[in-house]
Design a protein around this ligand. Structure first.
Ligand code: C2E
Ligand code: MG
Ligand code: MG
Length: 409
């Protein structure tokens, strides 16, 4: 077994342990040295099998594993798979000389297997890059414990809906060219008595599994209509987008319910948009088509949400004339620095424009994303860079802050 233990020069009271695996002795040595200087205790291995034996023995004692992908006996992909088998519960960092796309597939695979992947590095990694990955380990450890999704029981969710524990947050959507506010998207949150504010991603799939989507929309939609109808300060052209689950398109009286709710709130249907996500395969396509067509006849805007993910996005475009396409944040955020994301983003925009649909980019998180969305002439954008989801009363002060910021962009 070729194992070298380095001990650091920057002494810290409780040193974190890192395992490094790379078949090239020189690369291994340099990396181990860099990590040691950063204050970690490093165990290095030229063979993944040897690292695995040590990890199996030392159980939870190892905090981070750095592994190469291309190795002669056991490669990085197999090693990562075996780590899961060995119940390794620390973080991993992939290091490789391979093409960025291969590294990204390996990264995705490791995540899908439930491992905490801090990131991937191309060889040779600089000290700054290493530091950045390691700093993520601190954050990830905290976030993981804070956001582990609890499994809620059906009864608890049903009660939350009927007892008024749900609250709508609103995320602004702006025109990329002028910065003008086009509308807001209602994103439901759960004020959980024990867990605090739980965002939609933490319970929507359960709502769908428990067959509670009807109850949900009957709660969310009227309150969103009332809140936005009463909000005059953002202009009286503001549009309201509401998310639907595909199962909402099973009850044939749904369009009538929407029309009645909008009339009651005195909100024009032409300013209402329904965002539809296909997270899973649909059962009754005939009734969906019936409902979508009737919504459209009522002049309600229809939007394909999370375009490019989930099921049959292209088939959806083939079967129905949507008004708007929302390109999923996984293709938008970071597309400026990633050729394959960028290709998908551009192709989706082209497709949407040819089909005469309005294009909206989701997940515009930072100034680079914003610049890119602007260059590609996507019409509208939404994301943390523009504004986070917020309570209705926070929208006016967000607006003046945004107008100020947009003027300087
Ligand atoms: P979505 O409709 O695609 O909404 C966008 C999600 O991305 C929201 O998560 C939002 O908080 C988040 N987001 C906003 N800006 C950024 C950004 O810059 N970067 C990143 N990474 N994320 C951003 P949230 O609120 O947890 O909602 C998750 C999903 O749950 C929504 O995805 C939507 O499909 C569903 N959902 C939300 N509210 C409702 C609802 O009332 N009914 C139904 N059926 N589904 C809902
Ligand atoms: Mg949406
Ligand atoms: Mg989306």
């Amino acid at each position: 077994m070729n194992q070298i233990t380095n001990s650091g020069t920057e002494q810290s009271p409780e040193k974190r342990k890192i395992v490094v695996v790379d078949d090239e002795p020189f690369v291994l040595k340099v990396l181990a040295r860099q990590l040691t200087l950063l204050g970690y205790e490093v165990l290095s291995f030229e063979r993944a099998q040897d690292a695995l034996s040590v990890l199996e023995e030392s159980g939870p004692g190892i905090d981070i594993v750095f592994t190469d992908l291309q190795m002669p006996e056991m490669d990085g992909v197999e090693f990562v798979r075996r780590l899961v088998g060995a119940r390794y519960d620390g973080h991993i960092v992939l290091i490789s000389g391979e093409d960025a796309r291969i590294i990204r597939s390996a990264e995705r695979l490791a995540r899908a297997r439930g491992l905490s992947v801090l990131g991937a590095l191309s060889k040779p990694a600089t000290r700054e890059q290493l530091k950045e990955q390691l700093s993520r380990a601190e954050v990830t450890t905290q976030v993981q414990s804070a956001t582990a999704v609890p499994k809620y029981e059906r009864e608890e969710l049903r009660a939350a809906i009927s007892d008024g524990q749900l609250v709508n947050y609103y995320q602004p959507q702006v025109a990329v060219g002028t910065g003008a506010v086009i509308g807001v998207e209602a994103l439901v949150r759960w004020r959980h008595p024990r867990d605090g504010i739980v965002s939609a991603s933490g319970f929507i799939e359960l709502i769908e599994q428990y067959d509670l989507v009807d109850e949900l929309v009957r709660e969310v939609l009227p309150s969103a209509l009332n809140e936005i109808a009463a909000l005059q300060s953002l202009g009286n052209e503001l549009r309201l987008s509401v998310n639907l689950s595909i199962d909402n398109l099973n009850s044939l009286d749904f369009p009538d319910f929407v029309a009645a709710a909008a009339a009651k709130a005195d909100f024009p249907l032409s300013r209402l948009v329904m965002e539809i996500t296909e997270r899973r395969l649909v059962g009754d396509q005939l009734s969906s088509l019936d409902i979508l067509t009737r919504l459209k006849l009522k002049r309600i805007g229809l939007s394909i949400d999370d375009f490019g993910t989930g099921h049959a996005s292209l088939a959806q475009l083939r079967d129905f004339q949507y008004d708007e396409i929302k390109i999923d944040c996984s293709f938008v955020h970071g597309a400026w620095g990633d050729d394959s994301l960028d290709a998908i983003f551009r192709a989706s925009l082209l497709l949407a424009k040819q089909l005469k649909m309005v294009t909206v980019a989701e997940g515009v998180e930072d100034a680079d994303d914003w610049r890119h969305v602007r260059e590609l002439q996507c019409e509208r954008a939404q994301g943390y860079f523009i504004g986070r989801p917020m309570l209705v009363e926070e929208l006016p002060s967000w607006l003046s802050e945004w107008e100020d910021r947009f003027g300087k962009l």
